[in-house]
Design a protein around this ligand. Structure first.
Ligand code: ZN
Length: 397
Protein backbone atom coordinates (compact mmCIF):
# COMPACT_ATOMS: atom_id res chain seq x y z
CA UNK A 1 0.00 0.00 0.00
CA UNK A 2 1.37 3.39 -0.88
CA UNK A 3 1.28 6.45 1.30
CA UNK A 4 -0.97 8.92 -0.48
CA UNK A 5 -1.02 11.27 2.50
CA UNK A 6 -3.77 11.49 5.12
CA UNK A 7 -7.04 10.67 3.33
CA UNK A 8 -9.46 13.60 3.34
CA UNK A 9 -12.25 11.44 4.81
CA UNK A 10 -10.17 10.89 7.96
CA UNK A 11 -9.47 14.63 8.30
CA UNK A 12 -13.17 15.43 8.35
CA UNK A 13 -14.16 12.75 10.86
CA UNK A 14 -14.36 12.93 14.60
CA UNK A 15 -14.02 10.07 17.06
CA UNK A 16 -17.51 8.75 16.39
CA UNK A 17 -18.85 5.53 14.94
CA UNK A 18 -18.23 6.49 11.33
CA UNK A 19 -14.55 7.06 12.02
CA UNK A 20 -14.03 3.76 13.84
CA UNK A 21 -15.97 1.94 11.10
CA UNK A 22 -13.78 3.51 8.41
CA UNK A 23 -10.59 2.69 10.35
CA UNK A 24 -11.71 -0.93 10.91
CA UNK A 25 -12.71 -1.38 7.28
CA UNK A 26 -9.42 0.11 6.09
CA UNK A 27 -7.53 -2.25 8.40
CA UNK A 28 -9.38 -5.32 7.10
CA UNK A 29 -8.94 -4.29 3.46
CA UNK A 30 -5.21 -3.76 4.04
CA UNK A 31 -4.84 -7.25 5.55
CA UNK A 32 -6.80 -8.80 2.66
CA UNK A 33 -4.64 -6.96 0.12
CA UNK A 34 -1.41 -7.98 1.86
CA UNK A 35 -2.32 -11.61 2.58
CA UNK A 36 -4.14 -12.52 -0.64
CA UNK A 37 -6.28 -15.25 0.96
CA UNK A 38 -7.40 -15.22 4.58
CA UNK A 39 -10.20 -16.57 6.82
CA UNK A 40 -12.49 -14.49 9.05
CA UNK A 41 -10.85 -15.96 12.17
CA UNK A 42 -7.42 -15.06 10.88
CA UNK A 43 -8.63 -11.54 9.99
CA UNK A 44 -9.86 -11.12 13.57
CA UNK A 45 -6.51 -12.27 14.92
CA UNK A 46 -4.42 -10.10 12.62
CA UNK A 47 -6.59 -6.98 13.00
CA UNK A 48 -7.24 -7.26 16.72
CA UNK A 49 -10.97 -6.73 16.02
CA UNK A 50 -13.60 -9.00 17.56
CA UNK A 51 -15.17 -11.73 15.42
CA UNK A 52 -18.61 -10.07 15.28
CA UNK A 53 -17.11 -6.82 13.90
CA UNK A 54 -15.07 -8.73 11.33
CA UNK A 55 -18.10 -10.75 10.30
CA UNK A 56 -20.38 -7.74 9.79
CA UNK A 57 -17.69 -5.73 7.97
CA UNK A 58 -16.94 -8.67 5.67
CA UNK A 59 -20.65 -9.12 4.89
CA UNK A 60 -20.78 -5.48 3.81
CA UNK A 61 -17.60 -5.78 1.74
CA UNK A 62 -19.01 -8.88 -0.01
CA UNK A 63 -22.22 -6.95 -0.76
CA UNK A 64 -20.08 -4.12 -2.13
CA UNK A 65 -18.49 -6.61 -4.53
CA UNK A 66 -14.95 -5.97 -3.31
CA UNK A 67 -14.43 -9.18 -1.30
CA UNK A 68 -15.35 -12.72 -2.33
CA UNK A 69 -15.43 -16.12 -0.67
CA UNK A 70 -13.16 -18.55 -2.47
CA UNK A 71 -13.78 -21.98 -0.88
CA UNK A 72 -12.46 -23.63 2.26
CA UNK A 73 -8.97 -23.53 3.71
CA UNK A 74 -7.04 -25.97 5.90
CA UNK A 75 -7.79 -26.60 9.55
CA UNK A 76 -6.22 -29.02 12.04
CA UNK A 77 -9.36 -29.27 14.10
CA UNK A 78 -13.03 -28.69 13.52
CA UNK A 79 -14.69 -27.01 10.57
CA UNK A 80 -12.59 -25.88 7.63
CA UNK A 81 -12.67 -22.06 7.41
CA UNK A 82 -14.15 -20.19 4.46
CA UNK A 83 -11.37 -18.25 2.76
CA UNK A 84 -11.74 -14.64 1.60
CA UNK A 85 -9.98 -12.64 -1.08
CA UNK A 86 -10.15 -9.24 -2.70
CA UNK A 87 -12.26 -9.56 -5.86
CA UNK A 88 -9.54 -8.33 -8.22
CA UNK A 89 -11.89 -8.36 -11.20
CA UNK A 90 -14.42 -6.07 -9.49
CA UNK A 91 -12.88 -3.01 -11.13
CA UNK A 92 -10.02 -1.68 -13.21
CA UNK A 93 -7.64 1.27 -13.18
CA UNK A 94 -6.34 2.89 -16.33
CA UNK A 95 -2.83 4.39 -16.43
CA UNK A 96 -1.59 6.57 -19.28
CA UNK A 97 1.97 7.80 -19.60
CA UNK A 98 3.23 10.24 -22.20
CA UNK A 99 6.72 9.36 -23.38
CA UNK A 100 8.00 11.28 -26.41
CA UNK A 101 6.14 9.98 -29.47
CA UNK A 102 3.99 7.44 -27.65
CA UNK A 103 1.28 7.10 -25.04
CA UNK A 104 1.82 3.99 -22.92
CA UNK A 105 -1.49 2.57 -21.73
CA UNK A 106 -1.84 0.07 -18.87
CA UNK A 107 -4.97 -1.38 -17.28
CA UNK A 108 -4.68 -3.13 -13.90
CA UNK A 109 -7.26 -4.93 -11.80
CA UNK A 110 -7.81 -4.24 -8.09
CA UNK A 111 -5.10 -6.72 -7.07
CA UNK A 112 -2.62 -4.93 -9.31
CA UNK A 113 -2.42 -7.47 -12.08
CA UNK A 114 -1.96 -6.06 -15.57
CA UNK A 115 -4.84 -7.08 -17.80
CA UNK A 116 -4.22 -4.84 -20.80
CA UNK A 117 -1.30 -2.94 -22.32
CA UNK A 118 -1.14 -0.76 -25.39
CA UNK A 119 1.15 1.76 -27.05
CA UNK A 120 -0.49 4.58 -28.98
CA UNK A 121 1.64 6.67 -31.36
CA UNK A 122 1.51 10.45 -30.92
CA UNK A 123 2.12 12.71 -33.90
CA UNK A 124 1.47 16.02 -32.18
CA UNK A 125 2.43 16.70 -28.54
CA UNK A 126 0.38 19.91 -28.20
CA UNK A 127 -1.75 19.80 -25.05
CA UNK A 128 -4.94 20.06 -27.18
CA UNK A 129 -4.10 16.93 -29.16
CA UNK A 130 -2.89 14.94 -26.14
CA UNK A 131 -6.06 15.76 -24.14
CA UNK A 132 -8.19 14.63 -27.09
CA UNK A 133 -6.21 11.41 -27.35
CA UNK A 134 -6.47 10.73 -23.59
CA UNK A 135 -10.27 11.16 -23.74
CA UNK A 136 -10.42 8.75 -26.69
CA UNK A 137 -8.34 6.18 -24.79
CA UNK A 138 -10.63 6.50 -21.73
CA UNK A 139 -13.71 5.93 -23.92
CA UNK A 140 -12.17 3.00 -25.81
CA UNK A 141 -10.85 1.32 -22.66
CA UNK A 142 -14.23 1.62 -20.94
CA UNK A 143 -15.79 -0.25 -23.88
CA UNK A 144 -13.11 -2.96 -23.88
CA UNK A 145 -13.23 -3.83 -20.16
CA UNK A 146 -14.89 -7.09 -19.12
CA UNK A 147 -18.19 -6.63 -17.21
CA UNK A 148 -17.45 -5.92 -13.53
CA UNK A 149 -18.96 -4.49 -10.33
CA UNK A 150 -17.21 -1.10 -10.56
CA UNK A 151 -16.00 -0.96 -14.17
CA UNK A 152 -13.34 1.71 -14.68
CA UNK A 153 -12.47 2.93 -11.16
CA UNK A 154 -10.27 5.79 -12.29
CA UNK A 155 -7.64 7.18 -14.60
CA UNK A 156 -4.01 8.02 -13.80
CA UNK A 157 -1.94 10.22 -16.08
CA UNK A 158 1.87 10.41 -15.90
CA UNK A 159 3.49 13.56 -17.28
CA UNK A 160 7.18 14.28 -17.89
CA UNK A 161 7.31 17.64 -16.16
CA UNK A 162 6.38 19.57 -13.04
CA UNK A 163 2.85 18.79 -11.86
CA UNK A 164 1.45 20.76 -8.91
CA UNK A 165 0.93 18.79 -5.70
CA UNK A 166 -2.86 18.52 -6.19
CA UNK A 167 -2.37 17.18 -9.71
CA UNK A 168 -4.51 19.96 -11.21
CA UNK A 169 -1.97 21.77 -13.33
CA UNK A 170 1.06 20.91 -15.46
CA UNK A 171 3.25 23.79 -14.34
CA UNK A 172 5.92 23.05 -16.93
CA UNK A 173 6.80 20.29 -19.32
CA UNK A 174 9.90 21.57 -21.09
CA UNK A 175 9.89 18.55 -23.40
CA UNK A 176 6.42 19.32 -24.76
CA UNK A 177 6.58 23.07 -24.29
CA UNK A 178 3.56 22.99 -21.98
CA UNK A 179 3.23 25.84 -19.47
CA UNK A 180 0.43 26.00 -16.87
CA UNK A 181 -1.83 23.48 -18.63
CA UNK A 182 -5.00 22.90 -16.56
CA UNK A 183 -5.15 19.22 -17.42
CA UNK A 184 -7.51 18.10 -14.64
CA UNK A 185 -10.33 20.53 -15.42
CA UNK A 186 -10.03 19.73 -19.13
CA UNK A 187 -10.31 15.97 -18.57
CA UNK A 188 -13.03 16.34 -15.92
CA UNK A 189 -15.31 18.07 -18.41
CA UNK A 190 -15.76 14.64 -20.02
CA UNK A 191 -14.64 12.12 -17.38
CA UNK A 192 -16.14 12.16 -13.88
CA UNK A 193 -14.31 9.26 -12.12
CA UNK A 194 -11.18 9.30 -9.96
CA UNK A 195 -8.40 11.19 -11.72
CA UNK A 196 -4.77 11.15 -10.58
CA UNK A 197 -2.27 13.30 -12.45
CA UNK A 198 1.40 13.16 -11.49
CA UNK A 199 5.01 13.43 -12.55
CA UNK A 200 6.12 10.38 -14.54
CA UNK A 201 9.27 9.68 -12.53
CA UNK A 202 7.41 9.91 -9.21
CA UNK A 203 4.80 7.45 -10.52
CA UNK A 204 7.60 5.21 -11.81
CA UNK A 205 9.12 5.24 -8.30
CA UNK A 206 5.72 4.27 -6.87
CA UNK A 207 5.53 1.34 -9.33
CA UNK A 208 9.07 0.16 -8.60
CA UNK A 209 8.56 0.27 -4.86
CA UNK A 210 5.14 -1.36 -4.82
CA UNK A 211 6.05 -4.10 -7.31
CA UNK A 212 9.56 -5.06 -6.22
CA UNK A 213 11.03 -2.97 -3.40
CA UNK A 214 8.54 -2.83 -0.55
CA UNK A 215 11.38 -3.16 1.96
CA UNK A 216 13.07 0.06 0.73
CA UNK A 217 12.21 3.06 2.88
CA UNK A 218 14.59 5.34 0.98
CA UNK A 219 14.59 4.75 -2.74
CA UNK A 220 15.54 6.79 -5.77
CA UNK A 221 14.24 5.92 -9.23
CA UNK A 222 15.94 7.50 -12.25
CA UNK A 223 14.14 7.51 -15.59
CA UNK A 224 16.54 7.97 -18.48
CA UNK A 225 14.66 8.28 -21.75
CA UNK A 226 14.23 11.30 -24.02
CA UNK A 227 14.88 13.38 -20.93
CA UNK A 228 15.92 12.49 -17.39
CA UNK A 229 13.70 12.59 -14.31
CA UNK A 230 13.72 11.17 -10.83
CA UNK A 231 11.21 10.00 -8.26
CA UNK A 232 12.01 9.22 -4.65
CA UNK A 233 10.76 7.66 -1.43
CA UNK A 234 12.03 9.18 1.78
CA UNK A 235 11.29 7.47 5.11
CA UNK A 236 8.80 5.21 3.32
CA UNK A 237 6.77 8.02 1.72
CA UNK A 238 6.78 9.23 -1.87
CA UNK A 239 8.58 12.58 -1.99
CA UNK A 240 7.07 15.44 -3.98
CA UNK A 241 9.05 18.53 -2.97
CA UNK A 242 7.40 21.91 -2.48
CA UNK A 243 4.27 22.08 -4.62
CA UNK A 244 5.33 19.00 -6.62
CA UNK A 245 8.62 20.48 -7.77
CA UNK A 246 10.88 17.52 -6.96
CA UNK A 247 12.19 15.39 -9.81
CA UNK A 248 13.69 17.74 -12.40
CA UNK A 249 17.10 16.19 -11.91
CA UNK A 250 17.66 16.38 -15.68
CA UNK A 251 18.46 20.03 -15.06
CA UNK A 252 21.30 19.39 -12.61
CA UNK A 253 24.52 20.86 -13.95
CA UNK A 254 26.85 18.13 -15.18
CA UNK A 255 29.20 20.36 -17.20
CA UNK A 256 29.25 23.92 -15.94
CA UNK A 257 30.48 25.34 -19.24
CA UNK A 258 28.27 23.03 -21.27
CA UNK A 259 25.61 24.00 -23.82
CA UNK A 260 22.69 26.29 -22.93
CA UNK A 261 19.53 24.41 -21.93
CA UNK A 262 15.99 25.68 -22.67
CA UNK A 263 15.55 25.79 -18.85
CA UNK A 264 18.07 28.68 -18.72
CA UNK A 265 20.92 26.71 -17.14
CA UNK A 266 24.10 25.45 -18.85
CA UNK A 267 25.38 21.88 -19.24
CA UNK A 268 22.25 20.18 -17.84
CA UNK A 269 22.21 16.38 -17.43
CA UNK A 270 19.30 16.24 -19.91
CA UNK A 271 21.48 17.78 -22.64
CA UNK A 272 24.39 15.41 -22.11
CA UNK A 273 23.17 12.10 -20.69
CA UNK A 274 19.64 11.54 -22.04
CA UNK A 275 18.60 9.31 -24.93
CA UNK A 276 17.99 12.47 -26.96
CA UNK A 277 21.64 13.47 -26.40
CA UNK A 278 22.80 9.96 -27.27
CA UNK A 279 20.82 9.98 -30.50
CA UNK A 280 22.33 13.33 -31.49
CA UNK A 281 25.84 12.03 -30.74
CA UNK A 282 25.19 8.85 -32.74
CA UNK A 283 24.04 10.96 -35.69
CA UNK A 284 27.21 13.09 -35.47
CA UNK A 285 29.42 9.99 -35.32
CA UNK A 286 27.51 8.11 -38.04
CA UNK A 287 25.71 9.16 -41.18
CA UNK A 288 24.26 12.39 -39.78
CA UNK A 289 20.77 10.92 -39.43
CA UNK A 290 19.17 10.80 -35.95
CA UNK A 291 18.51 7.09 -35.26
CA UNK A 292 15.00 5.98 -34.25
CA UNK A 293 14.43 4.37 -30.83
CA UNK A 294 14.67 0.88 -32.40
CA UNK A 295 17.84 1.75 -34.33
CA UNK A 296 19.43 3.21 -31.20
CA UNK A 297 18.67 0.07 -29.15
CA UNK A 298 20.02 -2.18 -31.90
CA UNK A 299 23.20 -0.10 -31.96
CA UNK A 300 23.34 -0.30 -28.15
CA UNK A 301 23.31 -4.10 -28.24
CA UNK A 302 25.90 -4.33 -31.04
CA UNK A 303 27.94 -1.16 -30.47
CA UNK A 304 30.00 -1.03 -33.67
CA UNK A 305 33.37 0.67 -33.28
CA UNK A 306 32.25 4.06 -34.68
CA UNK A 307 29.40 4.28 -32.12
CA UNK A 308 31.46 3.46 -29.02
CA UNK A 309 32.50 7.03 -28.04
CA UNK A 310 28.83 8.09 -28.08
CA UNK A 311 27.81 5.15 -25.88
CA UNK A 312 30.82 5.63 -23.58
CA UNK A 313 29.76 9.24 -23.10
CA UNK A 314 26.20 8.15 -22.33
CA UNK A 315 27.46 5.70 -19.69
CA UNK A 316 29.78 8.27 -18.11
CA UNK A 317 27.19 11.05 -17.90
CA UNK A 318 24.50 8.62 -16.64
CA UNK A 319 26.87 7.49 -13.89
CA UNK A 320 27.95 11.03 -12.94
CA UNK A 321 24.33 12.13 -12.49
CA UNK A 322 23.37 9.05 -10.50
CA UNK A 323 26.37 9.53 -8.20
CA UNK A 324 25.12 13.05 -7.35
CA UNK A 325 21.67 11.64 -6.52
CA UNK A 326 23.17 8.97 -4.27
CA UNK A 327 25.30 11.59 -2.53
CA UNK A 328 22.31 13.91 -2.09
CA UNK A 329 19.73 11.39 -0.87
CA UNK A 330 21.69 8.46 0.60
CA UNK A 331 19.09 5.93 -0.58
CA UNK A 332 19.13 2.20 0.17
CA UNK A 333 18.11 1.41 -3.43
CA UNK A 334 18.58 3.18 -6.73
CA UNK A 335 16.46 1.91 -9.61
CA UNK A 336 17.76 2.81 -13.06
CA UNK A 337 15.16 2.79 -15.80
CA UNK A 338 17.02 2.97 -19.12
CA UNK A 339 16.31 1.00 -22.29
CA UNK A 340 19.84 1.73 -23.51
CA UNK A 341 21.54 0.28 -20.42
CA UNK A 342 19.12 -2.66 -20.53
CA UNK A 343 20.18 -3.41 -24.11
CA UNK A 344 23.79 -4.27 -23.22
CA UNK A 345 25.05 -6.21 -20.19
CA UNK A 346 28.53 -4.83 -20.78
CA UNK A 347 27.35 -1.22 -20.82
CA UNK A 348 25.27 -1.70 -17.67
CA UNK A 349 28.22 -3.32 -15.96
CA UNK A 350 30.45 -0.36 -16.96
CA UNK A 351 27.79 2.04 -15.68
CA UNK A 352 27.53 0.23 -12.35
CA UNK A 353 31.28 0.10 -11.97
CA UNK A 354 31.57 3.85 -12.66
CA UNK A 355 28.89 4.62 -10.05
CA UNK A 356 30.44 2.31 -7.48
CA UNK A 357 33.93 3.71 -8.00
CA UNK A 358 32.74 7.26 -7.46
CA UNK A 359 30.65 6.45 -4.39
CA UNK A 360 32.78 3.61 -3.08
CA UNK A 361 32.22 4.20 0.63
CA UNK A 362 28.44 3.98 0.23
CA UNK A 363 28.35 0.37 -0.98
CA UNK A 364 27.16 -2.29 -0.42
CA UNK A 365 24.43 -0.48 1.62
CA UNK A 366 23.09 1.22 -1.51
CA UNK A 367 21.83 -1.30 -4.06
CA UNK A 368 21.73 -0.34 -7.74
CA UNK A 369 19.12 -2.17 -9.78
CA UNK A 370 18.06 -2.01 -13.40
CA UNK A 371 14.30 -1.59 -13.78
CA UNK A 372 12.47 -4.52 -15.32
CA UNK A 373 9.31 -2.42 -15.81
CA UNK A 374 10.89 -0.25 -18.49
CA UNK A 375 8.71 2.35 -20.19
CA UNK A 376 5.55 0.97 -18.59
CA UNK A 377 6.72 1.98 -15.08
CA UNK A 378 4.96 5.40 -15.02
CA UNK A 379 1.64 4.03 -16.36
CA UNK A 380 1.78 1.15 -13.83
CA UNK A 381 2.46 3.71 -11.07
CA UNK A 382 -0.51 5.75 -12.33
CA UNK A 383 -2.75 2.65 -12.03
CA UNK A 384 -1.46 1.97 -8.51
CA UNK A 385 -2.13 5.58 -7.42
CA UNK A 386 -5.69 5.41 -8.80
CA UNK A 387 -6.36 2.05 -7.12
CA UNK A 388 -5.17 3.46 -3.81
CA UNK A 389 -7.62 6.36 -4.12
CA UNK A 390 -10.37 3.91 -5.05
CA UNK A 391 -9.76 1.89 -1.85
CA UNK A 392 -10.00 5.15 0.12
CA UNK A 393 -13.46 5.76 -1.34
CA UNK A 394 -14.55 2.23 -0.35
CA UNK A 395 -13.54 2.77 3.24
CA UNK A 396 -16.02 5.63 3.74
CA UNK A 397 -19.03 4.01 2.06
ZN1 ZN B 1 18.19 22.45 -18.14
Amino acid sequence: MIDMGLPSYIEGMTGDKSLSKAVNRGRLLNILREEGSVSRASLAKKSGLNKATVSSQISELIEMGIVKETGTGKSDLGRKPVMLEIAGDAGYALGISIISEFLYVTVMDLTQHIILENIVPVHDVSSEKIIKLILQIIANTTKKLPPSFYGLTGVGIAIPGIVDREGDKIVLSARFNWVNVLLRSRIEKKYKGILHIGNDATLAAIAERECFNRESQDLVCVLIDEGIGSGAYINGSAYYGYNGKFGEVGHMTILHEGPRCPCGNYGCWDLLGSEAALRRNLADAGNGKIPSQEEMLLLASERPLWSRPAFDQFVTYSAVGVVSLINAFGPSSVIINSDVLRASDEMYSNFKQAVEERTINRFPECKIKLSTLGKTAPSIGACIAVTEKFYHTLVIQ
